[in-house]
Design a protein around this ligand. Structure first.
Ligand SMILES: Cc1cc2nc3c(=O)[nH]c(=O)nc-3n(C[C@H](O)[C@H](O)[C@H](O)COP(=O)(O)OP(=O)(O)OC[C@H]3O[C@@H](n4cnc5c(N)ncnc54)[C@H](O)[C@@H]3O)c2cc1C
Ligand code: SF4
Length: 456
């Protein structure tokens, strides 16, 4: 009898199934989606590239430990409903993350050693698109009689509410604005994330004992002592809504805006135009969103000014590529010294920079070059340097600090503050904020159960 050989493994395919885009010059005037999602067939092809690693690097790297290896396997076998169910087991904001996640999982995918990482984010989006519409979660009955207050309805607060709601807690989310989703829905432009996508995710809360109260700003409308009388635990997740400025002359001129207020106005439909020559200061995703939105508001020329070089830019490569394709110009190694003009912005004075040794972030530190400042004419400047949480609004006895990235920092493992029953957290990305909300939810669950046991 001829010797039986094990079936040969399919050879590794190093090339990613391309994602298509709308024409950059056509889309740059419109707030319509820039990327065209995979077709069902493209998604299956891409999923079949996954080598199903023995150790799931992608899952380990994900802040919420989404089982990417598992759902990709199901998609490779054309089981989109199974993939969708697996995704939703751990992730109430899956549709949004399919569009905006920074896909930390892809950076560790070993296929990068031979080619391009599996397109995990695009696959998640396809799983959510091509599965049958998800059935709402079954109602959690009976509720366990304990109540939780969440301050801030962004990704951290929503994840906290979702985890605790599923465990039977009666959760009330107090949100200062008129919408949920935090910075994700208040600032990310519609060409990257639509309101409809967010509403798909919110439908997953429908049968949970989770309630939302809008226009409830802490501490104007809410008092911590009163909350602790009414609720068994409180989660503070107010996000990073305070813009950091540059602290240079001319920042108060007409035509200089903070990126957060500019993008928030845009999302609320309150901003429809901008002056013709726009500069954007910063090199992160907020800068990319500001620059690309400026074209959509009618700018004729948009230039991103960044004090380091292209290699050090923190923005996602895909976002930089899309901005470049749309005609955004980049000027690297320049730092603004002052904004020029009497009442209205007329220009910006720039110090040429060079790169020195690496700083604590590991990126090379920008230092002034021995070249004189140069002047650049502009009519509008958008400052996208960074943002942080407003600690002023929080009671001091909680002893919540600011993390380096400007987010709320309490106990790193549990989110516990110095006040019993009060927890806090957030994150500099949607999925990191969700992870903080989940960590705190698990600790709050343990705290409330212990409290209940002591009382009985
Ligand atoms: C322009 C821009 C683009 C971004 N793009 C991406 C991206 O592509 N991918 C990604 O992963 N991340 C992105 N991020 C980051 C991401 O949006 C945030 O990291 C995430 O939303 C943080 O979640 P959070 O719940 O901690 O805070 P937030 O999202 O800020 O939510 C906090 C909520 O609390 C409310 N609130 C604030 N103060 C109070 C108060 N005093 N009382 C009651 N409620 C209050 C706010 O209105 C808000 O709804 C982007 C951020 C910006 C600004
Ligand atoms: S790390 Fe990459 S190849 Fe490995 S299981 Fe995850 S997606 Fe597949």
């Amino acid at each position: 009898m001829p010797e039986q050989r094990p079936p040969k493994k399919a050879p590794l395919n190093p090339k990613r199934t391309p994602i298509h885009e709308n024409d950059p010059m056509e889309r740059r005037g419109l707030f319509v989606e820039a990327l065209i999602p995979y077709t069902r067939e493209e998604a299956i092809l891409e999923a079949q590239r996954c080598i199903q690693c023995g150790r799931p690097w992608c899952t380990d790297e994900c802040p919420i430990h989404q089982d990417a290896r598992g759902y990709i396997k199901l998609m490779a076998a054309e089981d989109f409903n199974g993939a969708r169910d697996l995704i939703l087991r751990d992730n109430p904001l899956a549709s949004c993350l399919g569009d905006v996640c920074y896909h930390y999982c892809e950076s560790v995918c070993p296929i990068t050693k031979r080619g391009e990482a599996i397109a995990v984010r695009h696959l998640k989006r396809a799983a959510m698109m091509y599965a049958d519409p998800a059935k709402p979660y079954a109602p959690v009955v009976p509720t366990n009689g304990m109540r939780v207050a969440v301050i801030g309805g962004g990704p951290a607060g929503l994840m906290n509410a979702w985890v605790l709601g599923q465990r039977g807690y009666d959760v009330t989310v107090f949100e200062s604005s008129d919408r949920l989703g935090g910075l994700m829905t208040q600032t990310i432009p519609a060409y990257r994330l639509t309101d409809e996508t967010f509403q798909e995710d919110m439908a997953r809360f429908a049968n949970l004992p989770v309630h939302f109260v809008f226009h409830a700003e802490f501490p104007k409308a809410l008092d911590m002592d009163e909350l602790l009388k009414e609720f068994d635990a409180v989660f503070v997740s107010i996000g990073t809504h305070k813009s950091r400025g540059l602290g240079i002359p001319g920042e108060d001129l007409d035509g200089v805006y903070s990126a957060l207020s500019y993008l928030k106005e845009s999302k609320r439909g309150e901003r429809r135009s901008i002056r013709p020559r726009v500069v954007v200061i910063g090199g992160g995703d907020v800068a990319m969103d500001s620059a690309r939105s400026a074209f959509r508001h009618g700018a004729q020329e948009v230039t991103v000014l960044y004090r380091r070089s292209r290699e050090e830019m923190p923005a996602d490569d895909q976002e930089i590529k899309e901005a470049m394709d749309e005609g955004v110009k980049f000027q690297f190694l320049v730092a603004p010294l002052k904004f020029l003009g009497t009442k209205r912005l007329e220009g910006v004075e720039l110090q040429p920079m060079e790169l020195g040794p690496p700083d604590e972030s590991g990126r090379r530190r920008p230092m002034p070059a021995k070249t004189p400042p140069v002047t650049m004419g502009c009519d509008a400047a958008i400052l996208a340097v960074s943002q942080e949480a407003d600690l002023e609004v929080l009671p001091r006895d909680l002893e919540i600090k600011l993390a380096k990235d400007g987010t709320l920092q309490a106990d790193p493992e549990t989110g516990a503050t110095k006040r019993s029953g009060v927890y806090a957290g957030g994150g500099a990305s949607v999925v990191h904020a969700m992870a903080a909300g989940k960590r705190a939810a698990l600790a709050m669950d343990a705290y409330m159960l212990a409290k209940k046991n002591r009382a009985s």
